[in-house]
Design a protein around this ligand. Sequence first.
Ligand code: BYC
Length: 330
Amino acid sequence: MYAQEIKSTGKQVQSLEEMSPEDRAFQKRIDADIKIEPKEWMPEGYRKTLIRQISQHAHSEIVGQLPEGNWITRAPTLERKAILIAKVQDEAGHGLYLYCAAETLGVSRDQMTEQLLSGKAKYSSIFNYPTLTWADIGAIGWLVDGAAIMNQVPLQRCSFGPYSRAMIRVCKEESFHQRQGYDIMMKLCEGTPEQKAMAQDAINRWWWPSLMMFGPSDTESVHSAQSMAWKIKQDTNDELRQKFVDQTAPQAEYLDLQVPDPDLKWNEEKGGYDFGEVDWAEFFQVISGNGPCNKERMAARNKAWSDGAWFRDGLMAHAKKKETRKLSAN
Ligand code: BYC
C-alpha cells in the first residue's frame, strides 16, 4: 500500500517516489505492518513524532492523577475509596510504562519532565477542568476513560513496538476504570433526586471537554496525515470522536441523563449520531495554558518535582557509592 493512499485528513504526505531510499525502505516496512523496534533505523521525524506523542501521553497520565486524587479522602464509602486509590495508582503505572517506552527513543525521563514543567510539552486538555463533586469521579471514569479507551485501542496496533505493547496493558486497566465510573453514575442515577441532579451536572460539565480529548478537527489537525502514514495513528481525530459519541449517547440514555447537546440526534442514513460543534476556541485556550486549572496543575507538578529532589539526590548518591565499591573490589 502506498503511504499517500491511506485515509487522508487533507494534509499532504510524501509519496514513495518522492522519498529518499532510506525513507522509502522504512515506509515499505510500515506498509507491510512490520513493527519498528528502538535500535532499528528510523526517520528523524518518526522518532520526534513518537517522542512528542508518547511523552505527552505519559504526562497526561501523571497530571491525570490530580483531579481524581482530590477525591480520595472524600470518597463516600471505604469500598469506593479503595477502588479510587487503585485507579489513581494505575494511572501512575501507565505514566511509567509510557516514559520507559519514550526513553527507548533516546530521550531521558529528566528531559521529558523538564519539557512538561517548562510548559514546552503538552498534556491532555481534559485534566485542566476541576472535580467539584463526587459525581465528577463517575463522569471521569465513564467519559474520560471511555474516550481514552476509544483512542488507545487503535494505538495497540501502533507501528512502534514499545508503544504498542505498553498500550495493550494500559487498555486492559482502562476498561476497569470505565466500568467503575459507569457504576458510580448508575448508583447516583438510581439514588435520590439530589444524587441524580449531581450526575446530570457532572455530564453537563464533562461532555464537551471529553469530546475535545480527541484533538482538533481533521481540517485543523497538524500531525494526523503523517502519523497515519507511519501507522502511529490508525484513525483520524474526527473518526474517533464520532465513534465515542455513537458508543456513549445510548449509555447516557440508559442512565436517563441528558447529553448537553441540542443537536445530538440519531442519523439512520449514516448509522451514527449527528452532534453539535465543539467549542474550538475553548479547546485552544485550554491547550495554550489558559484553562480553568492549568496553573494549579503545573504548580502541583512543580512542587512534586522540587519536593522529590532530596530523594533523587539520595538515590544518585547511593548508586555512585555502590559503583565506587564495585570498582575498588575489582
Ligand atoms: N489536549 O495534530 P494534532 C487518560 C495538541 S490520559 C492537549 O491532531 P496528534 C487518563 C497536539 O499535541 C490519556 N493537546 O495532534 C489519565 C498538537 O500539539 P503539539 C491521554 C492536544 O498528536 C488519568 C496539536 O494539538 N491520551 O486516559 O496527531 C485519569 C494539534 O493536534 C489535544 C493520550 O495522550 C488534547 N486533547 O493527535 C483518567 C493519547 N489534542 O504536540 C484518564 C495519545 C491535540 O504539536 N495521543 N492536542 O504541540 C494521541 O492519540 C494524539 O496525540 C492526539 C492528538 C489524538 C491527542
